[in-house]
Each structure stands twice: as C-alpha cells, then as structure tokens.
Design a protein around this ligand. Structure first.
Ligand code: C5P
Ligand code: MG
Length: 156
C-alpha cells in the first residue's frame, strides 16, 4: 500500500458585486473573491494539494495568471486538467480530502452538503470522502477568504 499526502492553500480579497464560488458552486453573497479567475479558493487549493501529493509543482506553473489563455479559466476546468495530469503521471485513487474554509460571512454551514457533493462530483468520488470545515477569522480578516486542503492519494 503506497500513499501520498498533499496540501494546498489559496486566499483572495473579498470585494462587493463579485460572485462567491466555492467548490464549484456559486453561493448567494453580497461579496465574492476579487480575482481574474472565478476565485474559487477551495478548488484552487484542492488542485494545488493534488499536484503537491505527487510533487508535480503547483497550478501557477501550469496555468500562469499572466497568460491570457488561463486568466478566466473556470476552476472546475483547472481541476479537470490537473486530474488528467495527475493520472497521466501515475494511476491514483483519491482516498479523501479534508478542507477548511475561513470566511467571516456569509455562513457556509447551510451549504456544507451541497459544496461537498459538487466537489466530490468534480473529483469523481463519494461525497463522504469530502470533509469540509468552516471557520471565521474572528474578525481578524473580514475582507479575506481562504481555503486549506489536504488530500490523501493511494498509488495504484
Ligand atoms: O470561527 P468560529 O469557530 O467562531 O466558527 C464557529 C462555527 O461557525 C464553525 O464551526 C462553523 O460551523 C460555522 N461557520 C460557518 N460559516 C462560516 C464560518 C463559520 O458556518 N463562514
Ligand atoms: Mg471559534
């Protein structure tokens, strides 16, 4: 049995009149991530965690934000391309992912199941393998959204 752990994180500043995307789901919120991309910190951190698990670098290396081709690439598409790259390098099974999103508002708890289902669907795994925790910054970073993600891969 050969396993690999991966870790990734991503953060953005929050701004008014921006969509709030999380785990491939668009949530109702007066503010969203200020980003060239859709600003989905959960999927970006997840993509980085998957690459890190196989020591394949990070998404900035494959999708440089300076390259206009990638500037507005949907995070779900980035994740799909990362999964393809992973599997091209080594056949793997995603055992589980565990993530924490730090955001003062809105409350994410009511969306936990929906976010887990969408993220799991993008990964092709059971939603029970997607653990999501939510934290406020206790007011220390009210204009900030951050995701931290760990993944466990089993080499096949
Ligand atoms: O950060 P704090 O420990 O005060 O968060 C308390 C609880 O509020 C968390 O355990 C989580 O269940 C919930 N929460 C949430 N949405 C957020 C932040 C926290 O549902 N944006
Ligand atoms: Mg607390």
């Amino acid at each position: 049995m050969d396993y690999r752990i991966g870790y990734g994180e991503d953060a953005h500043r929050l701004a008014p009149d921006r969509p709030l995307w999380l785990g491939g789901l668009r949530l109702e919120s007066p503010r969203g991530a200020l980003a060239h991309s859709d600003g989905d910190v959960l999927l970006h951190a997840l993509a980085d965690a998957l690459l890190a698990a196989l020591a394949l670098g990070d998404i900035g290396q494959y999708f440089p934000p300076s390259d206009p081709r990638y500037r507005d690439l949907a995070s779900a598409e980035i994740l799909a391309q990362v999964l393809a790259r992973l599997r091209g390098s080594q056949p793997v099974e995603i055992v589980n992912i565990a993530a924490t999103v730090t955001l003062d508002a809105p409350k994410l708890g009511p969306h936990r199941a929906a976010i887990a289902e969408r993220t799991a669907a993008l990964l092709g795994i059971d939603p029970k393998r997607v653990g999501l925790g939510f934290k406020t910054s206790e007011g220390l970073a009210p204009d900030h959204i951050q995701a931290r993600v760990t993944v466990l891969l089993r080499l096949l």
